[in-house]
Design a protein around this ligand. Structure first.
Ligand code: ZN
Length: 355
């Protein structure tokens, strides 16, 4: 009933917030009010369904009304105090209908006057609600569509509330010039599309969310004394660590020429800093997977204080190829495997072709 009143009526927020109810419900109520503005009842039937108590449309001396006695007699909605012609019951008729209520007639008449005149006009001639109508599921309007209240899932709120809150890191990337506009979701999905390796997915996740221990990150958190790269002395940002440092540039050039030799459209893969960090949206999955593997390789080499190079990377790539091949053969998924690796295998075979 409470949910229904929230959806159907402009329930008084001051009253709700003053209740002794858990904060969670109060917050939900405020969100609901924000997301689903209560529509003005346009027909007599809709007015009949309006809750009388604590409704912001029905105010006396700028306060919503409430009456415990009437509430206890199940008088909740306008339909309960309107006759079959759509006329609001006079005090005498109310007493006839609910003989056990004791009520101040002036107070009651004041409340009736407080019901908006436009509502009273719509009521005229409207038929009383049927039992079915009283039980009917309330509808809410979302994106111009009517939706039954009972169909609402938490996903509804999630979708309404979450998209407007981009992760903090995203804002930082945009400020640094990496703006993917409407395609940010592709950036987040990339690692999950191109590999099943949780290690690689996790690395990509940390890069996107800027939770990666380069020297600037550690310096900001006062773990180390300066943010400068051990190899070249520049500030060790994410861009620097993975791409701009002279320590890794040669490796990327090597990878880039290997990829370009193998791809059908030769010479089209130009690995820029942001393609290295986020993957290229136009690249085949296997290319993005290799770029991700290359970043993992940089991290490993860095921890051994060794500059990454193609010679050491090829065996790493071969291992990944062999592992995926074994899994594909065992799971009878050779065709998918061949399709995934098609740019890098000798035609008609399952041999990796990299040099
Ligand atoms: Zn450096």
């Amino acid at each position: 009933m409470v949910m229904r009143s929230i959806v159907n009526c402009d329930l008084d927020e001051k009253w709700v917030l003053s209740r002794q109810i858990p904060t969670f419900y109060k917050e939900m109520f405020m969100w609901f009010k924000r997301l689903c503005p209560v529509p003005e009842p346009k027909t007599g039937q809709a007015v009949r369904k309006q809750i009388i108590w604590h409704n912001r449309a029905i105010m006396v001396n700028r306060q919503t009304i409430s009456c415990k006695k009437m509430f206890e007699h199940d008088i909740l909605i306008i339909d309960d105090i309107v006759d079959s012609e759509g006329v609001i019951l006079s005090y005498e008729l109310l007493m006839e209908t609910y003989p056990t209520i004791r009520l101040n007639p002036l107070k009651y008449m004041g409340w009736c006057q407080a019901i908006p005149a436009r509502w009273r006009r719509s009521l005229i001639g409207s038929a009383p609600l049927t039992v079915q109508e009283r039980r009917e599921d309330s509808m809410i309007e979302t994106n111009g569509k009517q939706m039954p209240l009972t169909n609402l899932k938490s996903k509804f709120f999630y979708n309404k509330l979450v998209p407007c809150r981009a992760p903090t890191a995203q804002g930082r990337w945009v400020a640094e010039g990496a703006d993917f506009g409407e395609d940010w979701h592709k950036v987040y999905e990339m690692a999950y599309k191109v590999t099943a390796s949780t290690r690689l997915q996790s690395l990509q996740h940390r890069i996107i969310h800027r939770y990666f221990p380069n020297r600037r990150f550690l310096h900001t958190r006062q773990v180390i004394d300066d943010p400068f790269c051990d190899n070249c002395g520049e500030i060790d940002t994410m861009q620097h660590y993975f791409f701009e440092c002279s320590y890794v540039r040669k490796f990327w050039r090597g990878l880039s020429s290997m990829l370009n030799e193998r791809t059908d459209a030769a010479g089209t893969i130009e690995i820029t800093c942001y393609n290295a960090l986020f993957g290229g949206r136009q690249y085949a999955n296997i290319v993005n997977c290799m770029i991700l593997l290359a970043k993992q390789f940089i991290v490993t080499q860095h921890s051994h204080d060794t500059a990454p190079n193609m010679q050491a990377f090829r065996p790493v790539l071969s291992r990944m190829f062999d592992m995926e091949k074994t899994i594909a053969v065992k799971g009878s998924k050779v065709d998918e495997f061949r399709d995934r690796w098609k740019l890098f295998i000798r035609p008609g075979t399952l041999e990796l072709l990299i040099d």
